[in-house]
Design a protein around this ligand. Structure first.
Ligand SMILES: N[C@@H](CCC(=O)N[C@@H](CS)C(=O)NCC(=O)O)C(=O)O
Length: 211
């Protein structure tokens, strides 16, 4: 089994923290995004989405998309559940992880990918090239403070993002908060609940091992 990885990037970091929390070791192959190795024909044959992370099983099956990868590992290694235990918990983890990805990580990516020089023709992840859009960058910049506020509100009454247990929803929210620094956005002072949660989860060994 091999995990195609680029640990400097936010999305692979989500899976790397998840695996570290579960204590799972996997052989890694680096796909250098700076060299655009994700677009090499050989990699594209394995992963038509042209992104990282991607998991290749010993029988040659290739699973990309973080949801696919974490569900594979959760089913194969159910101990230390990170996608919830009961039906209620599983539903809440899916809900809050998806919201963190859509309204946090993707809002930040909307700014980053539509402004960073090296992404002039690569505003969207995948096999197709798209030009940058100043309007999307501007919209993303308006969405990011709302992500912080909405998650601050959620954490006013909950110890963790999905409830009273640590989960993949925390991992994606944490990675989004760190990714925000790439566009010079920080958790605002007034978001005290989110800040306290951020400080707490940042201390976890799995997070520290995957900075
Ligand atoms: N929706 C994907 C996101 C993966 C993704 O966006 N990965 C980025 C790195 S953070 C990537 O591979 N980028 C390739 C590129 O920029 O062309 C997932 O859930 O796995």
């Amino acid at each position: 089994m091999k995990l195609y990885d680029y640990p400097q990037a936010p999305n692979p970091r989500r899976v790397n923290i998840f695996l570290a929390e579960k204590g799972i070791e996997v052989e890694r192959v680096t796909i250098d995004l700076m060299q655009r190795e994700q677009l090499n024909p050989e990699y594209q044959r394995k992963n038509p989405a042209c992104d990282v992370p991607m998991l290749e099983l010993d029988d040659g099956t290739c699973i990309s998309q973080i949801r696919g990868i974490v569900h594979y590992f959760e089913a194969a290694h159910p101990e230390i559940p990170l996608l919830g235990s009961s039906p209620r918990e599983k539903g809440l983890v899916e809900m809050w992880e998806h919201l963190a990805f859509m309204n946090g990580l993707l809002a930040i990516a909307e700014v980053f990918r539509n402004t960073a020089k090296g992404f002039a023709d690569r505003a969207v992840v995948g096999p197709h090239n798209y030009p940058q859009s100043a309007e999307l960058a501007e919209r993303g910049a308006r969405r990011v403070p709302n992500f912080f506020k909405d998650f601050d509100k959620r954490l006013a009454d909950n110890e963790y993002v999905a409830g009273d247990f640590y989960s993949m929803a925390d991992i994606t929210t944490l990675v989004s908060c760190d990714f925000a620094k790439w566009i010079k956005a920080e958790i605002p002072e007034e978001c005290g609940n989110l800040r306290a949660w951020y400080d707490r989860v940042s201390e976890r060994p799995a997070v520290k091992a995957n900075p």
